[in-house]
Design a protein around this ligand. Sequence first.
Ligand code: FES
Ligand SMILES: [Fe+2]
Length: 436
Amino acid sequence: MLSEAKNQLLTQVGPGTPMGELLRRYWHPIGAESEFDEISVRPARLFGEDLVLYKDLSGNYGLVDRQCPHRRADLAYGFVEKCGLRCNYHGWLYDEKGQCTEQPYEDIANPQVRLKDRIKIKSYPVQAKAGMLWAYMGPLPAPLVPTWEPFTWANGFRQVVISEVPCNWFQCQENSIDPVHFEWMHSNWSVRLRGDTGPYAPTHTKLGFEEFEYGLIYKRVREDTDEKHPLWAVGRLALWPNVFCLGDHFEWRVPIDDENTLSITWAFNRVPREREPYVQATIPAWYGPVKDEATGQWISSHVMNQDFVAWVGQGRIADRTQENLGASDRGIAMLRRHFFDELDAVAQGRDPKGLVRDEATNECIDLPVAARRLFVDGLTREELKAHPIIGKHLKEYAFQYGQPEAVKRAFHDAMGVQIDEHGNVVNAPLGSAQHG
Ligand code: FES
Ligand SMILES: [Fe+2]
């Protein structure tokens, strides 16, 4: 249980709030590179700030204020030029640093005044990495966009999945350090959603939580595993400050504002050995719906959709004055303690934990990954199909509802499989598969 004041400290992310200032010291993924194959500009609300994200005709990305400082037109309807974004109302042009570089009529009528030199809009740096676009909204100098080890893995089909979840970011991140929910929310609830009443999943018998340089690790023993099992020996990760990581799968919970969160997933599927060397030309990105519009119910068919049901069910901002924590919540308590310590550190002018500023370190940041060999060395297609966990992922995207057919086709093509008329995964002729 937390006081109202402490709950506000964890959950308020707008400009000038302590948590807003802390989180702004990290790079956050805010979209995907491949979105900009189709569009050149779109709105982006982040940390309570209304912005637009664009890619100009030279390929530079920019993240700038949404309102034009001339007479406040919406720059989401602007158009991109060789260098920057032009307002569609009177043509003022801004570069990615927010500097106004052209004011077409002023430049003719009053060229000597150079009003444009004094016009600068809010702007934040954007970088592309791992198929995602990352923004940094904190004080300069910015740290580096982390090169997490899985971003360097070869021979993978990667995809980015984006959703807007209508609740505060912190309850989403608390889910990243909550092992017991897998048993109930995913395994057992799925049994009930199928209409069965059992058997239920093996129950958790022991939990461990520890801190490492880049976050928290949680470990579990279930009645069907022991301490030699990777679920205990390696565990899973909640990275600072808002990431859940299973190695082949990262989830970020990026605040849109206090009451909405951008969920961004990066998922990696190692292609079978027969498909090597596989080079993916484009990392596809898609938006996953969270609500079934026909029924008005939250979608509950896939793992992350189930998580979303939990998060939004806790309320727009979970009221932590009303909760009762137990032994399963040791990780939750550690996470909160971490953030309270970090808020103090930032208030005293120190860097929060887990920032990467050293180029050599950032060549590749190793993480504890339970099944690394599976992703790095790969399996043959037959071994992959027979694998008890990742074999099931061959049929369809397991984590979230709504994968577009085109992405599914590209995935099956990469994996050298197809779905037959009975819905079974069968081999596709390898010779016809195209890298893409
Ligand atoms: S409002 Fe943007 S140029 Fe006039
Ligand atoms: Fe979950």
